[in-house]
Structures are given as C-alpha cells and as structure tokens.
Design a protein around this ligand. Structure first.
Ligand SMILES: [Ca+2]
Ligand SMILES: [Ca+2]
Ligand SMILES: [Ca+2]
Length: 407
C-alpha cells in the first residue's frame, strides 16, 4: 500500500520547557468545553479505552500512565514515541491530575499507544489498517487520529467502517491546511474536528468543509513533550484530542449508550457558532460536555440517584441531605441543594446512605410493628429511606419517621 507523508502538523514551533511551576496547569480549552465542570462532578473517563494511532506514546513521563500498546511499523516492536507528536496528543487527553504539569481531559481513561507513524511522521495504510483491526479485537471504545492526509484509501475506509459497526467511536483532525477536510476525518464513520482559537473563532489554519462535525479548541496549549517535559503547540491535533477526551467522559457517564447515540448527543449539545445551524467552519458547533445531562437522575445508575445525610458536627454539612452525583470507592461527590455547590464528602461524615423507594399503595396502612409512629395511611410518592430492615424501609414523612413495606 501507498506510503504517505503527513502534511502540516504542529503549526507553531513548540516552546519546550523542562518544568512547569505549580499549580498544575488547566489548558484554556477545558473551560469553554465545560470539561472543568465535568471534572468537578468527579468524571475522569475512568475505564474508557482509547487507542491513539500515532508516532507512539512516551512510557516514562511522570504525568501519564499508559495502559499498553503495540508497534505496527516495521523497524521496531517498541511502541515508545520517537517523534513527540503521539505523546503530545496522549497528554492532552490523559495527563494525570497529580498536582504537576497539566490536567488532561480524561485522566482516568486507558490509553493505548498504537505506533503506526515513524520518527518522521510517515506511515502507510497497511499498518494503519492493522492497528484498526487491533482496536476492534481489543475492544477499544474510541480510536483517535491526530493526523490527516489528502490521499484516499478504500482499505482504510473499509477498516474504519468495520470499527464503527463494532461500536467504536472514531475521531479525526480535519487538517491544518486551511482547505478541504482531509482523510480519515472526511470519512462518514469519523467525527471530523475543526479548530478554534481563544476568541472562539475558526483558527486560520483549520481545514473546513461540509464534513466538519464539531469545532474544538486548537491553539496554544501545553502538553507532554518527549524530550523535554512539556511544550505548547497549535493545530487540529489539539481540537480532535478535546473531542476524544470529552467522549471518554460521556462514555463513563452513559456506559450503556452506543457510539451512534454518543455521537448524536455531542452534535445536539454543541454550542452553535457562526452561521445558524450546521456550517462548514464549525459543524454543529463548539463541542461541550452536556453538563445538564450529567447531573440528571439516571434510573440505570441508582448510585447517582442516592442521597446521603451528614451527621458530623465538625462538617459544614451537618444535618443536611445531599444528592450523590458520583461515588468513587468510599468518597462521595455530592450536590448541596441549598447552595448548588458540588463538594466531596469523606466516608466518616456519612451516616446514612439513602435509597430511593416508590410507594404506590393508596390509603393502605403499611407500618412496621415496631414503628415509633403509627399512621393511618401514607400517600403514594417517592421517598428516601435511610435505614432498611428486610423488606421494611424507614422513611421520613410529615408524620415523622415511619417504617413501610414495599411490595
Ligand atoms: Ca498533571
Ligand atoms: Ca466524517
Ligand atoms: Ca453554526
């Protein structure tokens, strides 16, 4: 198969730095895309598998944990980065939140380095197709491309269609030549991403055309550097990394949704820019984490519907009932309904974890023999129970605490 040399990658000459002062840097792109808000809710893309088909990814950087990988180039079996581009992409997506360097978009995601480009960023379609097959076989959730070419390959198109039919999300950079959208982003199966600058305008270099699906920040951001610790760059490489990272956050929140559902969710919640509706510069608009969808109650994930009561006089939330947004081990990320602030609660502060129950029997006395309060009836409704004993739940009503049985 034909070799291709990838045109136009990192536009600005990288500024390389050997250390970044604390505090840890949040790249500006995380703000308009609401990535920072998703982090505050406790989302990290945990457990979502991403294969990055690039020059490899560094395995020795303090700000990144690589989950694995494979080399598909003929000259090495090592999937280490011998150029720098793949590490830069991986860092934007997955840099750890560890008080050093930068904050990645999906620090909990599992990143796999599929080395398909050589030290000059040259590759061939045959190796790329093999890496796509590897991604299908190893059940990746997302395949990421931060490169582009103007050469059409039917084998590449067919392989990407197979991946898409296997439920994998595929994201690609539109290209940096300020011309037509390039491959593989141009294919139907791939989400084509254009770049915007800090003024939320199309970046001058960004490719455009009817295939653009989403726009994302793509100018002047820090990420990992293979030889130094960090560097800044610009390009649609950065923009596509945002979409991949955000999809990882979505996949963590909605694990049951298909690739097609998640793709549509990003389209429908993008912030429209430029001409009204989908256009050739921004697609559906600026990609955003759909925060309202993240905080909605989710019947499939009852942990997100739970409430906890804090009973610790030292806690500022003593006596309050808080809504659980996320539980990570024994730590709860909760929403305080009074001031609408999102906070983390330590397990020792939590006395009761409530389960939501629905009581449907009209005017039927259903109280426990040992109930502290006797009631004649209880209106149908949804209640939070903080204690459970067999089939009996202790709930709070206008009558005080009562035990009811759910049948
Ligand atoms: Ca970091
Ligand atoms: Ca496309
Ligand atoms: Ca528009």
């Amino acid at each position: 198969m034909k070799n291709f040399l990838l045109a136009s990658l990192l536009l600005t000459s990288p500024i390389q730095v050997d250390n970044i002062e604390q505090p840890e840097i949040t790249n500006w792109g995380s703000v308009p895309t609401k990535v920072t808000e998703a982090h505050q809710l406790g989302y990290s893309g945990k457990g979502v598998k991403i294969s990055i088909l690039d020059t490899g990814v560094t395995q020795n950087h303090p700000d990144l944990d690589l989950s694995g990988g494979q080399s598909f180039v003929p000259y090495t079996t090592n999937y280490e980065d011998d150029h720098g581009h793949g590490s830069y992409v991986a860092g934007l997506i997955g840099a750890k939140h560890n008080n050093i360097g930068i904050k990645g978009i999906a620090p909990g995601s599992e990143i796999y380095s599929l080395k398909t480009l050589d030290s000059k960023r040259k590759g061939n379609f045959e190796d790329i197709v093999k890496a796509i097959e590897w991604s299908i076989d190893n059940k990746m959730d997302i395949i990421h491309f931060s490169w582009s070419t103007e050469i059409y390959s039917p084998e590449l198109e067919a392989a990407l269609n197979r991946a898409y039919e296997n439920g994998i999300l595929i994201v690609g950079s539109a290209g940096n030549t300020n011309r037509d959208v390039r491959y593989p982003a141009k294919f139907d199966s791939v989400i084509a991403v254009s770049a915007i600058n800090q003024n939320i305008e199309k970046a001058g270099f960004s490719c455009f055309g009817p295939e653009i699906e989403l726009a994302a920040p793509g100018v002047s951001m820090y990420s990992l550097d293979e030889s130094h610790l960090y560097s800044t760059s610009s390009g649609t490489t950065l923009a596509s990394a945002h979409v991949t990272g955000i999809l990882a956050l979505l996949k963590e929140r909605f694990p049951e949704k298909s690739n097609i559902d998640l793709r549509q969710l990003l389209q429908s919640t993008a912030l429209d820019l430029g001409e009204v509706g989908r256009d050739s510069h921004f697609g559906y608009g600026l990609v955003q984490v759909p925060i309202n969808e993240f905080t909605k109650k989710d019947p499939l994930h009852p942990t997100l519907d739970r409430q906890i009561r804090v009973n610790d006089r030292k806690s500022p939330y003593h006596g309050q009932t808080l809504t659980v947004l996320k539980q990570d081990g024994e730590e709860f990320t909760v929403l305080n309904p009074k001031d609408k602030k999102v906070v983390k609660i330590k397990p020792e502060e939590v006395v009761y974890t409530a389960v939501q129950i629905v009581h449907t029997n009209t005017r039927k006395a259903m109280y426990h023999k040992k109930a502290d309060t006797k009631i004649g009836y209880l209106d149908p409704g949804t209640y939070f129970a903080y204690r459970k004993n067999g089939d009996w739940y202790r709930i709070h009503t206008d009558f005080g605490y009562v035990w009811i049985k759910i049948q």
